[in-house]
Each structure stands twice: as C-alpha cells, then as structure tokens.
Design a protein around this ligand. Sequence first.
Ligand SMILES: Cc1cc2nc3c(=O)[nH]c(=O)nc-3n(C[C@H](O)[C@H](O)[C@H](O)COP(=O)(O)OP(=O)(O)OC[C@H]3O[C@@H](n4cnc5c(N)ncnc54)[C@H](O)[C@@H]3O)c2cc1C
Length: 436
Amino acid sequence: MIDRREFTRLIGGLGLAGLSPALLRAAAIAKGNGKVVVIGGGAGGATVARILKSEAPQLEVTVVETQPIYTTCFNSNHYFGGFRTFASLQHSYDGLRKLGVDVVTDTARDIDTGKKTVRLASGTTLSYDRLVLSPGIDFKYEAIEGYSPQAAEIMPHAWKAGPQTLLLMRQLEAMEDGGTVVMAVPANPYRCPPGPYERACMIAHFLKTKKPKSKLVIFDAKTMFAKQLPFEDAFAKYYEDIIDLHLTDEIDDFRVVRVDPKTMEVETKSGMRLKADVANVIPPQKAGEIAQKAGCADGDWCPVQPQSFASAKVKDVYVLGDSAIATQMPKSAFSANSQGKAVAVDILADLAGAERYAVRYRNTCWSLLAADDSIKIGASYKPAEKDGEAFLEASGGFVSQRSERAEVRRKNYLEGLAWYHAIIADAFNDDTAMGH
Ligand SMILES: Cc1cc2nc3c(=O)[nH]c(=O)nc-3n(C[C@H](O)[C@H](O)[C@H](O)COP(=O)(O)OP(=O)(O)OC[C@H]3O[C@@H](n4cnc5c(N)ncnc54)[C@H](O)[C@@H]3O)c2cc1C
C-alpha cells in the first residue's frame, strides 16, 4: 500500500528533483497494469511518458506525436542570434523508446471520451485508461485579416519550432542590408511571455553583426511585458539604432489587425501601415485543436484542477502545458515539465487508489539579450482558491534587475544552458543535448 510520508516527500519535490521510484512502482503495481495514452510528445507530454514508464515499467504508455523529431521552441531564439545551431534544437524519441514507451508517429484526429478511445489519422484506434493531452498551441489565424497557414509561409510566425524557424532565418539571411523586419506581438495569454522580446534581441544581434543598416520594428498589442525594464535597457544598450518598439498605449493601438503577404504590408488597429522586407507575425493563440475536440476547452484554453492538471471538464483526461489554463503560471516549457511530474504522480496515485497531497510547481524563464548577457524570471506556484475559483498562486517570485553586474548575467546564461540540458534529459531520457 501507499506510504503516507513517502507520498508527501514525492509530491513535495516537483521541481527538477528526482521522484521516488520505489513508491511509484508500488503505486502502479497496486492496481496492476494500465494503459496511458499521451497526445503530444513535447515538453509536457514527453515528461509524463518518461516518468510513467521509467518508474512503473509495467504500465502501457503510448505517445502519439505528429513529428518524428521534436524541435524545441525554447532556445530557438538563440539560433537567430547565432548562439545555437538549428540541429542542436532537435531531439529524437529514441530515449523514450529505449525505456519501452511506444512512440507512434501519427496525428490524433478524434477522441471519444465516453468509449475512452483515440482515433489516429492512419485509421488506428487506441484505447486508454487515462488520457494525457499536451498538444501545445494552435493559432487564431482569423484574428488577423489576411493571415492564414498559407500566409505564414511568406510571413512566418516561427512560434512552433521547425520549418517555420528555418524559414524566418533564411528570410533574414536573404534580406538586403538596410531592410525592415516587422514583428507582430499578440496580447496575453500566449506561449512564452518574454519570448518575443528575446527574439527581438536575437534578430537585432543578427542585424547588428550582419546587416547593420537594417531595422526591427515591433508592433505590440500589449501595454507592458515580462522583464520589461531589463529588456528595454538591452534594446538601448545594444540595439539602439535597430529596434523600434511600439507598445500599445491610450493613444495608439499597435495590435496588428491586417497583413497582406503579396505587398508585405502590415497594419495596426490604429491605422499605422508599414511595408516589411521580413514579417514575423505571431498571431493570438489557443489550445491545441485536439484538446478542443476532446471537449476539454472552455473558450480558447482548457480549465484544469490545479492540484493535478486533471481536466475540469472531462473525466480521466489530463491537460497540461500551453493548452491548460494554469493561471498564474506562464505558458513555458519549464512549467509544462513541472506540471508533467504532477500529472504522472497523479495518474499513479489514481491507479493505486492512493491519497493525494499538496503539490508545488516551479517556473523559470531565461532570456538572452546579447553574448553572455541573460536575464531571468521565475516563481513557485501552489493551488489556491479565491471566490470559489481555483488557481495557482505564485510565491517567491524573482526577476532580474536593471544594471546587474556582467558576472551575474553570464551566470544566468550558463544556468539557462544547464536547464536546457536538464529538461531534455528529464523529458526525453536523453542526456546528450548540448548545453550550448
Ligand atoms: C520562441 C520561443 C521561445 C521559447 N523559449 C522558452 C524558454 O526559454 N523557456 C521555456 O520554458 N519555454 C520557452 N518557450 C515555450 C515552450 O516552448 C512551450 O511553453 C512548451 O513547448 C509547451 O509544452 P507543450 O507540451 O504544451 O507543447 P509542445 O512542446 O509544443 O508540444 C506539443 C506537441 O504536440 C504535438 N501535437 C499537437 N497536436 C497533436 C495531435 N493531434 N496528434 C499528435 N501530436 C500532436 C506537436 O507536434 C508538438 O510536438 C518558448 C516558446 C517560443 C515560441
């Protein structure tokens, strides 16, 4: 049976710390085998699969993932700045397969939550005892007139890493010196709140070193953003003649509402128009389509129980990562990985009929500003309730300050690289990922 103290210890350590194998095995054995299907082999889904299979090998764990190789969005901005190769962002599923996880390269098309089955594009049907959805994001193309999956082939978002990342890089490389890059940034919530500003630094670094007469114009639907002060300092310190940031204010609404891929024109709500040589259009986002199809969404995103990331709407289904509403946790790979641990533990406790204990999540996001200059933001989160609404309450928050010593910023950079190595090992059972 489940040992209370062991379980408390296990639940308490949901950072990047290890779990208690003995307990997890005991938990799984207590109720015999079970079938867990995970849809989406990214930061969240791979973590759940890795933990379930390594700690409870007798469980049948299947990951359904469209892409044969996962390209991380995290650290993909470094590629634009020349601080990372594209290949170093790519990871196979060999590590998960080595553990015995059945990784199926296919796309989940439909879910019957009554019959507990998943239908794949290939025609195969999988049955499950517990279903885990970590499909990331999909785009609300319709929010920007003229934008579409086809338009994204001309004006890339590069907000799902892979071919889009390469396309944006090729366009930057092909642009004449003296050209204009336009970036459209959406309103909250979206995947990786500081991501657009790290990208701005990395694109500006590329321009500064390769095409110094060029400009980067940012049209932002927001009035403020994460780590804003140190970011603005970096824009002024390193990229003053390159970055031109337009934040929305009471006079001007810089939300991009229309684009024309033929003329390369970008238009904001307040009527400003600009012709881009390269347009990086990041549209508003929503939960991955399959989570919507499963009936887990309420509007754009999926409500969950903060204690476990079990769907608040559908029984025996978990939703984690970017698709979930994890207020106040930001949508990040670090968050998805931390949530993945809670999901795996909850599934095992569930199959064992064990009691649940308090859970605590963590997040940290590093953003690279220039060589050896990185800032970070982070906090811990625990389930809380206010006016009958369950949410994840932040505590112990920290954020990089302005004018920190170079040594501190370099340490942040190295810490971020170490985290990259650690999360790839933790989620994909692959400790060969380069830290830089
Ligand atoms: C530019 C950029 C920089 C970022 N930097 C950081 C950072 O520094 N730190 C950080 O913590 N986070 C960062 N992030 C955010 C991070 O990438 C995401 O928050 C994280 O990947 C979310 O994990 P997930 O499991 O929800 O989704 P994903 O990692 O996107 O995984 C979802 C997977 O599901 C698959 N899928 C979707 N639907 C289906 C289906 N129907 N059938 C089969 N497979 C399906 C997809 O192919 C995908 O592989 C960044 C994001 C961007 C865009």
